[in-house]
Design a protein. Structure first.
Length: 78
């Protein structure tokens, strides 16, 4: 899923390729580029086959072993 409003709403993305156990997958999303130039923040999250969704913040007890929280991706529209 993809959010362009800081995680308030989420939209489905299209997964590419075949699923592989415990592996990342590429995805695509037809994001409508804003008409106003500026910096925008996109966030992606995944949900596994058991319905568990990535958390918004990092789980501290995992240490640096697992970083699975939402990570903001800043884009510049010109």
């Amino acid at each position: 899923e993809l959010s362009s409003d800081n995680g308030v709403t989420w939209q489905e993305t299209h997964l590419l390729g075949e699923p592989v156990t415990h592996a990342w997958r590429f995805w695509e999303f037809p994001w409508q580029t804003p008409s106003e130039p500026g910096k925008y923040c996109l966030m992606a999250r995944a949900t596994d086959s058991a319905g568990r969704t990535q958390p918004r913040v990092r789980v501290a007890e995992y240490g640096s072993y697992m970083i699975n929280q939402w990570l903001p991706i800043e884009v510049q529209v010109q």
